[in-house]
Design a protein around this ligand. Structure first.
Ligand SMILES: *Cc1c(COP(=O)(O)O)cnc(C)c1O
Length: 430
């Protein structure tokens, strides 16, 4: 018998490429079909058959307060009654920007956009304008959205030019993005030496979350700031995932001495609605239209619904800093429990964790960059993922994605997950 999800996936595939509006949702990396999700409630999501899952995806990061948080929902109800978009300045945009500028030490001004992709794309344009240079450095395994300049693989002549990683990205654009190795300062130095006057920006996920969770090592972080200062290059932190996640001040809590020139946000700052933002030093942000020569715009940017959901989320996080302690404790409990569970079945795993972000790799090696990540066993992960899903635990469908804990979780959710992991590992060894 076909399930409702299977039927809907068939229907969707006829009218939406691959049946999804973002590729990872198709579950192709785990060789299965995705459940269609009908609703969420706190820590749980429910599919079309009313199967209940503990949700460790949290819409891929935004839902740090869980599904249907009362303050967010109440705020949205109020906005809906008074109009959903004006394309004109509103008080909630001003309050949101003030909250971010007051909370974040490296942000003098902030511009709202509609996605993380827009935030990083605009930040890079700004950096190129500010430095009057054309090239950027990104890191292998870091993700910055899908704008052309980021869909790049290292290629052979990686020191001097990047190569498109997607059809439709012209080589003329790709060549301006150079790829270095995460946590490897020498790879960055080599690119600077080969292109001393040309690098506009270095962009980095301070805690990488798109190749599993991997934090910058302290020396690497320090080195990035030193080398970008030395060459007059803009340092961009992509905190679309880590902002308000690894701590209220994001990466600043982990690397307080490293001050990026521009920081990108998204995910949590939209509270589950589509939002992105980028902000930084006044002298750089002042280059933006209408006060400066760098064009950047958006019909729905600063949308009242999105702003209100984000504002309620940030306000709640600011007023309840114990949420971060709770997420850290719960994630530590999960980390320990998963390690012990794997050990019982003699399965080699490496667990990386920063606060409430956690990921598990099927490997016995330390995981510090993309090369290490690539060595993890994917067949084992697929089997594990299926077992967990069937037991009511909704994990990201790739071991190279972070799990996200949310504020509605408690020990019982974690212990349930550990118990199911123990069963899943046992089945893997059979
Ligand atoms: C999710 C993500 C993006 C892209 O954001 P979208 O809203 O999906 O466009 C960019 N950078 C990082 C670090 C992300 O995690």
């Amino acid at each position: 018998m076909e399930t409702l999800s299977e039927k809907m996936f068939e229907r969707s595939k006829k009218v939406i490429p691959g049946g999804v509006n973002s590729p990872a949702r198709a579950f192709s990396s785990v060789k299965m079909e995705p459940p269609f999700i009908k609703r969420g409630d706190g820590t749980y999501i429910f599919d079309e058959e009313d199967n209940r899952y503990i949700d460790f995806v949290g819409s891929w990061g935004p839902l740090i307060l869980g599904h249907c948080d009362k303050d967010v929902v109440d705020g949205l109800h109020q906005v809906i009654k008074t109009g959903t978009s004006f394309g004109a300045p509103t008080a909630i945009e001003m309050k949101m920007a003030e909250l971010m500028v007051d909370s974040l030490p490296n942000i003098d001004m902030v511009r709202m956009v509609n996605s993380g992709t827009e935030a990083t794309m605009s930040a890079v344009r700004l950096a190129k304008a500010y430095t009057k240079r054309n090239k950027i450095i990104k890191f292998e395994g870091n993700y910055h959205g899908h704008s052309e300049g980021f869909l790049i693989k290292a290629g052979s002549g990686a020191l001097t030019h990047g190569v498109p990683d997607s059809l439709g990205v012209p080589a003329e654009i790709a060549k301006h993005t150079l790829t270095a190795s995460f946590n490897n300062l020498e790879s960055v130095e080599n690119i600077f030496k080969a292109n001393p006057e040309e690098i506009a920006a270095v962009i980095v996920e301070p805690v990488a979350g798109n190749m599993g969770v991997i934090a910058m090592e302290d020396d690497f972080a320090k080195g990035l700031r030193q080398i970008t200062d030395k060459y007059g290059t803009v340092l961009i932190f992509d905190e679309v995932m880590t902002g308000f996640r690894v701590g209220f001040k994001g990466a600043h809590e982990l690397y307080p001495d490293i001050k990026p020139d521009i920081t990108c946000y998204g995910k949590i700052i939209g509270g589950g609605l589509p939002v992105g933002a980028f902000g930084g030093k006044q002298q750089i942000m002042s280059l933006l239209a209408p006060i400066g020569p760098v064009y950047q715009a958006g019909t729905l940017s600063g949308n009242p619904l999105a702003m209100r959901a984000g504002y309620e989320t940030l306000l709640k996080l600011r007023n309840n800093p114990q949420i971060y302690d709770k997420l850290d404790k719960l994630a530590l409990r999960l980390e320990k429990g998963i390690r012990e569970a794997a050990k019982l079945s003699d399965i080699d795993i490496t667990v990386n964790r920063v606060g409430g972000m956690i990921s598990m790799f099927f490997t016995d090696k330390e995981v510090k960059n993309f090369e290490d990540v690539s060595k993890a066993d994917n067949e084992q992960f697929i089997a594990y993922f299926k077992e967990m899903l069937n037991s009511g635990v909704y994990l990201p469908p790739s071991q190279f994605e972070s799990l996200f804990l949310n504020a509605k979780m408690d020990n019982e959710h974690i212990d349930f997950t550990i118990e199911k992991a123990r069963d899943a590992f046992k089945k893997l060894t059979r």
